[in-house]
Write a new protein. Structure first.
Length: 335
């Protein structure tokens, strides 16, 4: 009898020790890549932001959620939400659960004003959060495993491209966390927050309601510098210099000069000349992006060729186009 009890107790101990040995805290995500393109439908003025997420092999965790800040900046315009739809996911009967942007907001006790957006379904459920983000969450079967890329995270909005914070979260096996996390909500929340991978990308924002051309061109200049610091504008080798600039000082100097000259014309009150300088700036942005795409197929970008990424392209092109339109100019296909 006692022998049986001893054996059972021993087995229980082994099971407990085994379960504790598998208990572990997940590793934070590292070097996740969020790539973004943005295009504009010139007939409607609506932008489509298309995101892809790459989970590198160095990670041992799956990615299960993705959020982008869409909070409205102080002093920003009120943007139209007409026709914007949140494709939240698939219902039990197989039909799509759809809400208009206004319906989605009405169901939330929002802590922040947000830019009106729509989303498209890519296998992950989506929605707007009370904290001013639009986000996607996956099921167990559709999480992004290490070494894989998932495409098709799409935002539709009338908001101009701006630099936005993005957050990705790894999957957590709550059943196998160490004992101190059991029923400890605060500690578990701290763990969740510590594992968030934060990065920056582009997403919709609102231009100022009180529009001032010189302040807006200063904003574009600042966007250019931020894009450079984020690695979206790459100054290449010496043999790339001089291709797009007036003096052989590289693409950053060339882009700077075009914006500075446009600003000078605005200060002088010569709107027409400022528009021409801004068009020249757009031409260079387009040429740099096109050449970068062509070289991508022939060379690795790490080899040092000057280029701008799709993020910098969208930021600089569409904000400059907006400024030109506000100044009374227009962009034609062959401008």
């Amino acid at each position: 009898m006692y022998k049986k009890i001893f054996v059972i107790a021993l087995m229980m101990g082994v099971i407990l020790l085994t379960s504790l040995s598998f208990a572990q805290i997940p590793s934070p995500l590292k070097d996740v890549e969020v790539s973004t393109t943005a295009t504009q439908d010139t007939t409607t003025g609506i932008y489509t932001y298309n995101y892809s997420i790459y989970n590198p092999p160095i990670n041992d965790g799956k990615i299960w959620s993705f959020d982008i800040d869409i909070s409205k900046p102080l002093g920003g315009q009120e943007l139209n939400s007409k026709g914007l739809i949140i494709q939240r996911g698939i219902k039990a009967d197989g039909s799509m659960l759809i809400r208009s942007f206004e319906e989605e907001i009405a169901k939330r006790l929002m802590r922040k004003s947000v830019i009106p957006v729509g989303t498209q379904f890519n296998g992950w459920s989506s929605g707007i959060t009370v904290m001013g983000t639009v986000g996607w969450g996956s099921s167990e079967k559709t999480m992004i495993i290490p070494g894989k890329t998932l495409y098709g995270f799409i935002i539709i909005s009338r908001g101009l491209p701006g630099i936005r914070d993005a957050m990705l979260r790894p999957d957590i096996d709550y059943d196998n966390l160490p004992e101190e996390y059991w029923e400890n909500v605060e500690l578990t929340k701290q763990l969740q927050d510590s594992l968030i991978y934060s990065t920056r990308t582009i997403g919709p924002t609102a231009p100022p309601a009180d529009f001032k051309p010189i302040e807006f061109i200063d904003y574009i200049i600042n966007l250019k510098h931020e894009a450079y610091n984020l690695g979206w504008i790459v100054q290449g080798r010496d043999d790339d210099k001089g291709k797009h600039d007036d003096e052989e000082e590289g693409i950053m100097k060339s882009l700077d000069k075009k914006l500075e000259k446009a600003r000078e014309e605005l200060v002088k009150g010569d709107t027409r000349e400022a528009i021409e300088k801004l068009k020249s700036f757009i031409h260079e942005v387009e040429a740099l992006y096109k050449e970068g795409k062509e070289k991508e197929g022939k060379h690795k970008k790490e080899e040092g060729h000057s280029h701008i990424t799709s993020e910098a392209y969208a930021l600089l092109k569409y904000n400059t186009m907006y400024l030109i339109e506000k100044l009374g100019g227009e962009i034609k296909e062959k401008d």
